[in-house]
Write a protein that binds this ligand. Structure first.
Ligand SMILES: CC(C)(COP(=O)(O)OP(=O)(O)OC[C@H]1O[C@@H](n2cnc3c(N)ncnc32)[C@H](O)[C@@H]1OP(=O)(O)O)[C@@H](O)C(=O)NCCC(=O)NCCS
Length: 161
């Protein structure tokens, strides 16, 4: 973990890196992968005007994980974590937790008060649920059958102190 560096600015080459990570995870649907790309394209096209901010983790110049987050419009300081993903090779070694802690610190620095993260209630997402809980996120709301019958949305939140 000592060799990992972090940066907020996005580069055109990050598009491919993001796709590699999210496709390689075998975790996300085609529609979700499209969305991951669109968020990065929005930031590349609109810079600071984009609602989507990024934090990248790099190892020897290669992107190995990232978060995408942003202020929820018309709120005083509530932020959404739109995406967090770590490359297969790096998973389970503490990088996801560090990325999330660094993202929280950046949001706090911008005056953010709460961070929200959403995930599915399906068994496939049990590791993701455990990850958020281990990072002290509280399952604050469950929207029953939100994604599909038997597939509810869990909204996690954390107050950024
Ligand atoms: C979720 C994800 C970002 C976590 O990153 P990571 O680097 O693997 O997680 P870490 O090694 O930092 O683990 C942090 C904590 O979460 C827990 N955790 C992580 N993955 C877990 C798993 N598969 N099962 C159980 N607990 C898990 C760890 O035990 C650890 O807890 P601890 O600090 O109390 O020991 C990563 O696994 C990933 O990219 N998953 C696929 C994409 C995804 O689900 N994204 C979130 C929805 S958008």
């Amino acid at each position: 973990m000592d060799t990992i560096t972090y940066r907020q600015n996005i580069k055109p080459s990050d598009l491919g890196a993001i796709l590699n990570i999210v496709e390689g995870s075998g975790f996300f649907s085609a529609a979700e992968i499209d969305l991951a790309r669109e968020l990065a394209e929005d930031r590349l096209d609109h810079g600071q005007q984009s609602s989507y901010q990024f934090l990248f983790a790099e190892d020897s110049g290669q992107v190995v994980g990232y978060t995408c987050y942003g202020l929820i419009p018309a709120t005083a300081g509530s932020y959404d974590l739109y995406w967090i993903a770590v490359s297969d090779a790096m998973r389970g070694r503490g990088l996801g937790k560090i990325l999330l802690q660094k993202t929280e610190a950046l949001i706090r620095g911008m005056g953010g008060k709460q961070l929200y993260a959403e995930t599915s209630s399906r068994d496939q997402y049990a590791p993701t649920q455990r990850f958020y809980e281990s990072c002290h996120y509280i399952p604050e709301a469950i929207l029953m059958d939100f994604y599909a019958s038997g597939d509810s949305k869990i909204i996690y939140s954390k107050v950024l102190k």
